[in-house]
Design a protein. Structure first.
Length: 523
């Protein structure tokens, strides 16, 4: 048997496990190079005698401590919360959700249900985070991010009655294919296409839109059936195609193109039991005394020779000195923390707007599975201020599940104008809007929703926003400034990556901070 690439990778996987096989695939160019890591290869004693204080036990801080410890550094993590993970946070039975306005919610969900309040999915291309999951022994399962069985609703489509995504997608494709087919038959594209090209394109459009032999779109099995396929004399009946003008007017493109985004794939990954399994995996891999919980930072003093951190340990003032600092505290919190950073850096803390994301989740009997055969994925709604309902992938076929009915922003990042959801006057009104979205998609089921949990990231202590939006042109100067170290202090977090909002971005940013510290030590 010849040693093909496939056989080589299989043998390496048998000997060295997933990580070894993954590295081999990267080396052979068989994996996409989505986020190149700058993590340097350091000897086990490279950092011997050097102390690093890491501010924040989110993914960036945990990755930094994990890798620096391998290289012999003496690390201490100061974490304001009583848990690791930062925004990588799972709410479940027994969790308490406290907000800065004094609101307290106690979660009492059953059946092991949970809400990933922050990140909730991992794309296959976020290879460094996936590597850590395997290295730390964090088991993963498939997260169904898109399902053709999920629903789409608009007041302008089908009389406002929700339809399956497969109808919207494939009827739109069919109508578009028919239009282009007509233009080709009328020779309007002759200047651009040769006769051979015209024939090939017509064949392609026939398959793309499932057109008839005459180039008409009359419906397709891809869009589903009003009378399903069965046995005996009864013959299946296709859905009547949705009106093309209604499809265009409804503007359901958010849902139609959702899985086309490179990081929002149709099938993704999630840790079994909740996203916080990843930070707890890092915490288990580190010495027990390395992470100091309930230790909010009160002042950062940095210089060209070291750094001193003032903090409170369970309310008692403490100080800690180190050779280097990696600061992963959200910039919204840094803006309120005493420091001796340059005026330009202090201004940069306010130079990227913090996204005001929210999530609303409920415990409910799995009516979406029993009544609509929806197993994971997201439904999209145009009626009302809540525009999506996200179905759980975990524990399918069990009695209850945690349904996310609302996940978006409460205000525009550029103008600060409240969104329709953010403009609602109270939490009660927001929960009512969440329930109404479910009722719109699943008539009669809104009353089944119980035990709501509402996460407002702008009011979440030690976060004060979900993530700093560095995609805006106005954010570029702040990004460039925070790339610069302040004495021996280096900033890290997803906002200093081009994968902002993702754990992969936080991971790569931690690698970048380590690279710069190593470069400084090498001189």
């Amino acid at each position: 048997m010849s040693l093909t690439r496939r056989v080589l990778i299989q043998r390496i996987a048998q000997l060295g496990g997933y990580a070894a096989a993954f590295s081999t695939m990267n080396m052979l160019g068989l994996m996409p190079a989505v986020g190149a890591s700058p993590l340097p290869q350091l000897s086990a004693d490279f950092g011997k005698g050097k102390k690093v204080v890491i501010l924040g036990a989110g993914i960036a801080g945990l990755v930094a401590a994990y890798e620096l410890r391998k290289a012999g550094f003496d690390c201490t993590i100061l974490e304001a919360r009583n848990r690791p993970g930062g925004r990588s946070w799972s709410v479940r039975d027994g969790s308490t959700v406290e907000q800065t306005d004094g609101t307290v919610q106690n979660c009492t969900w059953s059946n092991g249900g949970y809400l990933n309040a922050g990140p909730a999915r991992i794309p296959s291309i976020h290879t460094h985070l996936l590597d850590y999951c395997h290295e730390l022994g964090v088991p993963l399962e498939i997260e169904v991010n898109a399902s053709r069985s999920a629903l789409m609703q608009s007041p302008l489509l089908n009389g406002g009655v929700p339809v399956e995504q497969r109808q919207v997608l494939h009827d739109t494709r069919g109508h578009l294919a028919e239009l282009l087919s007509k233009s080709i038959h009328k020779h309007t594209l002759d200047e651009e296409l040769s006769a051979e090209d015209r024939t090939c394109l017509l064949d392609f459009l026939t398959g793309f839109g499932d057109l008839s032999a005459t180039g008409k779109y009359t419906g397709t099995t891809r869009a589903g059936f009003t009378t399903p396929r069965g046995a005996g004399p009864i013959k299946e009946v296709l859905h009547k195609p949705l009106s093309f003008s209604e499809l265009l007017a409804s503007d359901l493109t958010k849902g139609e193109f959702y899985e086309e985004q490179i990081d929002w794939q149709a099938t993704m990954f999630q840790p079994i039991g909740g996203m916080d399994r990843i930070p707890y995996g890092f915490a288990r891999a580190l010495p027990k005394d390395m992470i100091h919980y309930d230790s909010p930072v009160t002042e950062i003093t940095t210089s060209e020779t070291g750094v001193t951190i003032a903090y409170k340990k369970s309310g008692s003032p403490q100080t800690l000195s180190a050779d280097f600092c990696i600061c992963t505290i959200p910039i919204s919190v840094l803006a309120q923390t005493k420091n001796n950073f340059s005026p330009e850096t202090q201004a940069a803390f306010k130079g990227m707007p913090m996204t005001a994301l929210y999530k609303v989740a409920w415990e409910a009997p799995r009516f979406w599975e029993k009544e609509k055969n929806i197993y994971g994925g997201i439904s999209f709604v145009k009626s009302g201020p809540v525009d999506l309902v996200w179905y759980p992938t975990d524990k399918m076929f069990t009695p209850t599940g945690v349904l996310v009915a609302g996940f978006n922003s409460e205000r525009d990042d550029v103008t600060g104008t409240p969104t329709p959801f953010g403009a609602l006057p109270s939490t009660e009104a927001k929960l009512a809007a969440s329930r109404a979205a479910v009722e719109c998609l699943h008539p009669g089921c809104g009353s089944h929703l119980t035990k709501p949990i509402y996460i407002n990231w702008t009011k979440t202590p030690y976060s004060l926003g979900c993530f700093a939006n560095n995609h805006l042109a106005a954010s570029s100067p702040a990004y460039a400034q925070l790339e610069k170290p302040q004495g021996r202090t280096y900033f890290a977090g997803d906002y200093l990556s081009h994968l902002v909002g993702w754990q992969e971005g936080a991971t790569l940013s931690a690698h970048h901070a380590i690279e710069r510290i190593a470069t400084q030590i090498k001189g």
